[in-house]
Write a protein that binds this ligand. Structure first.
Ligand code: CP3
Length: 350
């Protein structure tokens, strides 16, 4: 079997695949002892992702260990920040920290940089992953959506509120929209370079989409996502997956987005999402904490999701990244249950 018959790529193309594909958000990660062994060779996360061979090693792990239908490049959505002039560090147990965040009114203009020159280490990692993966396994490249990246660039680190970023959105929407535009342009070029280096699909992470009002998202943020996808489409025709955490508040807003696949979190059902996207491919949306359930409950959740996704192609996945304490056995049970599903999409059920 080659890449053309990949169930994941068939689903991305809008076809009902030969079997239901599954992969896991943040599938290369701390829940795997094999990941922790490679991670321990590096003093910090940034030196790890700047080493293509190590990226290739951990990118392949979930494919070998779990049998997932696609690999996702091992890198991070915040790699665009240093070439945009930000001083980024990942501190142990603390997550990302930016010592010179962008502030409304500070007059700083973000540079338009060439990702091929500045982020070559990511594209080298793509090439190393592609060479190391089984030829039939597609590789997903990725980047953050402009709003989600701006949340870190403006607030300066982790958290869940991003109140400085939201304040800027309200106090100076047109100035803030220019920041989003600049991030959109470099992100489109970075994604195109990942496609060029050997990815078969690209995912855009809107991890903080759900923290703003739908009207603000539509007015200020959505144009930057449309700009990103339009610029990307000029450079590559591989499928684009748009993942939105908090999609339930935004589905009406996101309905017209020209992404090939819509990916959602677990706070809404796949049947409601299906009613919005029609026959377009859907991805998601198990609660990452489901992996702690007895395996029977995991299998039941898989059949329910399969019924709810009916009406178009479905790529099974979690609704957000897997947690470091996730049991590998629960994850294996989920992947196996998806692969045991009948290939034909069932009738719609609530
Ligand atoms: O298998 C994979 O998906 C690995 C590749 C990957 C990582 N980050 C590696 C990583 C991907 C696709 C991401 C995306 C990412 N990064 C997102 C969007 C997805 C989401 O969860 O909403 C976001 C918001 C980030 C930013 C980021 N990177 C944060 C907030 C943190 C710290 C919190 C955490 O999860 O640890 C990171 C660090 C990070 N990125 C780690 C990994 C494996 C942990 C670092 C370590 O091993 O020490």
């Amino acid at each position: 079997m080659g890449l053309a018959e990949s169930p994941f790529l068939q689903a991305c193309a809008g076809r009902i695949p030969s079997r239901t594909p599954v992969w896991i958000l943040r599938q290369a990660g701390r829940y795997l002892p094999e990941y922790r062994a490679v991670r321990s060779r590096f003093p910090d996360f940034l030196s790890f992702i700047r080493t293509p061979e190590a990226c290739a090693q951990v990118t392949c792990q979930p494919v070998d260990i779990l049998g997932v239908d696609a690999a996702i490049l091992f890198s991070d959505i915040l790699t665009v920040l240093p070439p945009l002039g930000f001083d980024l560090a990942f501190r142990e147990g603390e997550g990302p920290r930016i010592s010179n965040p962008l502030r409304s009114g500070d007059g700083r203009e973000l540079p338009l940089f060439d990702p091929v020159a500045e982020l070559g280490y990511v594209h080298d990692a793509v090439r190393a992953c592609r060479a190391a993966l089984p030829p039939r396994t597609p590789l997903i490249g990725f980047a953050g959506a402009p709003w989600t990246v701006a949340c870190y660039a403006v607030d300066g680190g982790g958290g869940k509120e991003f109140s400085r970023t939201r304040a800027w959105l309200h106090s100076d929407p047109s100035g803030f929209a220019k920041v989003l535009e600049r991030i959109a342009d470099v992100t489109a070029d970075h994604l195109a370079a990942q496609a060029q280096a050997g990815c078969q699909a690209l995912q855009i992470f809107e991890s903080w989409g759900g923290i703003v009002a739908p009207s603000d998202y539509r007015r200020v943020i959505l144009p930057s996502v449309e700009r990103l996808i339009a610029r990307l489409r000029e450079r590559t025709d591989i499928p684009v997956i748009f993942y939105c955490n908090g999609a339930s508040t935004l589905l009406g807003v996101l309905d017209g987005l020209p992404a090939d696949v819509m990916a959602i979190d677990w706070r809404m059902s796949l049947s409601v999402a299906r009613a919005h996207v029609g026959p377009r491919p859907l991805q998601g949306n198990f609660d990452p904490c489901l992996l702690h359930a007895p395996h029977d409950a995991i299998r039941k959740a898989v059949s329910l999701a399969h019924a709810q996704a009916a009406g178009g192609p479905w790529i099974a996945n979690l609704g957000h990244g897997i947690m470091p304490d996730a049991p590998v056995a629960g994850l294996k049970a989920l992947v196996d249950a998806v692969h045991a599903l009948p290939p034909v999409v069932a009738e719609i059920e609530d």
